[in-house]
Design a protein around this ligand. Structure first.
Ligand code: COA
Length: 257
């Protein structure tokens, strides 16, 4: 299995599982990933998602370059369309997605993490967009999502030099939210996912929608998007449950209704 996926107590965990090739993404892995995300998108038992890599060396070393060498140009185009669609799907999921970067995240590996909502990095992790060193450019969102996250100057530096950035530098740049000791990474990602999963699913989905769709539009349009997203929360049972729980001095129990 190129991809391990399990759901435990409301948290979906995806593990890129080709450690012998640094979890490089081939067509089989990408197809499995797309399938699981399509299923989880509509699965109300999945409240938050953690993505990580098998082994202790890599989150993912990007596109499988050995497979790439065997592909015809049209097959490369097909791969790129699928990887772009898959990462766009990550961004469009109603659930929050946390990338737990357990080692190297290069090329498409980093682009996957960029499409996630939050990035945690192990101390030993490093990341880079190496494509220009391979005669190509980041093709799964890297030229667009990286500058939006860390600004155009730093993004261009990373893309033009193809160099790797260590976890601490990535944290200082806002490329990752937090650095944790290697041994604590998985637990830290699960703990954060649980904290998110305890909140109201419709509210999480609408907050994600508002942030995502508000980026890149003018403030007035962004505030209008926020207003509409809030409206989706207003008629929910979970909103009433939160108010009732507050009155009764207990924790709310959200159902996603
Ligand atoms: N695609 C396919 N296989 C890959 C891979 C990739 N992107 N990255 C690593 N591997 C494979 C290696 O070929 C090797 O397999 P082998 O033993 O059968 O030859 C195995 O993973 C271990 O990698 P190796 O290069 O021996 O380890 P390393 O620690 O010396 O270097 C990397 C690791 C990731 C720095 C190096 O393999 C590399 O630069 N890979 C390419 C990364 C990249 O540029 N990705 C962007 C693609 S757009």
């Amino acid at each position: 299995m190129a991809l391990r996926h399990e759901i435990d107590d409301g948290i979906g965990v995806l593990t890129l599982n080709r450690p012998e090739v640094m979890n490089a993404v081939n067509r089989a892995l990408l197809t499995e990933l797309h399938g699981v995300l399509q299923a989880w998108r509509f699965d109300r038992t999945v409240r938050a998602i953690v993505v990580t890599g098998a082994g202790d060396k890599a989150f993912s070393a990007g596109a499988d370059l050995k497979e790439r060498a065997t592909l015809q140009p049209d097959e490369v185009r097909q791969f790129l369309t699928l990887i772009r669609d898959t990462f766009a799907l990550v961004e469009a999921l109603p659930q929050p997605v946390i990338a737990a970067l357990n080692g190297l995240a290069l090329g498409g590996g980093l682009e996957f993490a960029l499409a996630c909502d939050v990035r945690l990095a192990a101390e030993s992790a490093a990341m880079g967009l190496t494509e220009t060193a391979l005669g190509i450019i980041p093709g799964a969102g890297g030229t667009q999502r990286l500058p939006r996250l860390i600004g155009p100057g730093r993004a261009k530096e990373m893309i033009f030099t193809a160099r790797r950035v260590g976890a601490r530098e990535a944290e200082a740049w806002g490329l990752v939210n937090r650095v944790v000791p290697d041994a604590d990474l998985r637990a830290a990602a699960i703990a954060m996912a649980q904290q998110m999963a305890a909140n109201a699913p419709v509210a999480l989905a609408q907050a994600k929608f508002a942030v995502q769709h508000g980026l890149g539009v003018d403030l007035a349009s962004g505030l209008a998007i926020e207003g509409k997203a809030y409206e989706v929360c207003t008629p929910t049972a979970d909103r009433i449950e939160a108010l009732t729980a507050f009155r009764e001095k207990r924790k709310p129990v959200f159902t996603g209704a």
